[in-house]
Design a protein. Structure first.
Length: 319
């Protein structure tokens, strides 16, 4: 690894660390707002916090929900869910700068193919880690799924006699599969969230049954027991809509964001297959991006022009 690449990798790690911290803070702030609003309103009307401390109600709700979650999902889904949960507290999504890197890489590859023929990309696509072009864009190299998507279709294009519509259908199928896999964990967590209010009712009913079995107790004791039973319903609804459900929504949003780089690559490669020159083909990729992350025409033009000359960091490393 050259000195320039090492600096790029260090910058990526630093940026990802800052994004992870920011993402965690937003989730934590959201949960604190939920807890503060609910408990604050309860205390504001004269409620007593000890009445809400019902550990066995919480055990009933969470234990039953986790048990149902395990029963209703295959082992592969359970593993994906456990692996996906930490993503809720991490950043790492694509930014405008990362999209510029991706589009610049595609431009450089297509420009080389246009000048020297598609077969000139054979060494790049069969060993991208050793490719001089790919090494300029460490962020793309680090994203193995996206890297495989790029080199697989470039390899297919270099074979010749490729039908644009057939390639588009194949890309659509692959992206649909990617979306289905990415949404497995979110769907499983959402189903768990949907079941929490029902398990809260189960806990409340069990509390009522316990109360009815003690009907001869003094009214003050019965009132305390009924209040404890109602906490079960409260906890089930609060956990579903204040904590677990939002995590599923967050994972779905991250899944949609993760699909955008693939759609960008798809648009660029299909435009190239349709006969558009690289400067026009990359414009197709720019247009499919979300407006918040979409670089302007001038920013893309500057990034494309920068590929025609060595990067300053590379020059410094060479000297």
């Amino acid at each position: 690894m050259t000195h320039a690449n090492a600096l790029d990798q260090g910058l990526i790690l630093t940026t990802c660390g800052a994004q992870d911290y920011g993402e965690f803070m937003f989730v934590a702030i959201g949960w604190l707002l939920v807890i503060g609003s609910v408990l604050g309103s309860f205390l504001g009307v004269g409620g007593h916090l000890p009445a809400l401390l019902q550990p066995f109600e919480l055990l009933c709700i969470f234990g039953a929900a986790i048990g149902a979650f395990v029963v209703s999902n295959p082992t592969s889904t359970l593993k994906k869910t456990l692996k996906a949960i930490p993503k809720c507290f991490k950043g790492g999504g694509y930014t405008k700068e990362k999209y510029l890197e991706l589009i610049a890489l595609l431009y450089e590859l297509l420009q080389k193919a246009r000048k020297e023929g598609m077969m000139s990309l054979e060494a790049d696509v069969f060993a991208p880690e050793e490719s001089v072009i790919f090494q300029k864009y460490p962020h793309v190299l680090a994203d193995h799924h996206l890297l495989d998507f790029i080199v697989d279709y470039l390899r297919m294009m270099s074979g010749g006699n490729v039908n644009v519509l057939e390639v588009q259908d194949l890309m659509d199928e692959e992206l649909a599969t990617h979306h289905a896999e990415a949404s497995v964990a979110a769907n499983a967590i959402q189903k768990m969230a949907d079941g929490l209010p029902a398990f809260g009712i189960v806990a409340a009913v069990m509390g009522v049954v316990h109360t009815m079995g003690s009907v001869g107790a003094p009214p003050a004791v019965l009132g305390e027991m009924i209040a404890g039973a109602l906490v079960g319903t409260f906890l089930g609804i609060l956990l579903a809509y204040g904590f677990i459900g939002p995590l599923a929504d967050l994972l779905n949003a991250k899944g949609r964001a993760e699909a955008k780089p693939f759609q960008c690559v798809k648009a660029v490669l299909l435009a190239s297959l349709s006969g558009y020159a690289p400067p026009i083909a990359v414009e197709f990729g720019r247009k499919v991006l979300f407006t918040a992350d979409r670089p302007s025409f001038q920013e893309l033009d500057d990034a494309v022009r920068a590929t025609k000359s060595p990067k300053p960091a590379t020059e410094g490393a060479a000297s």
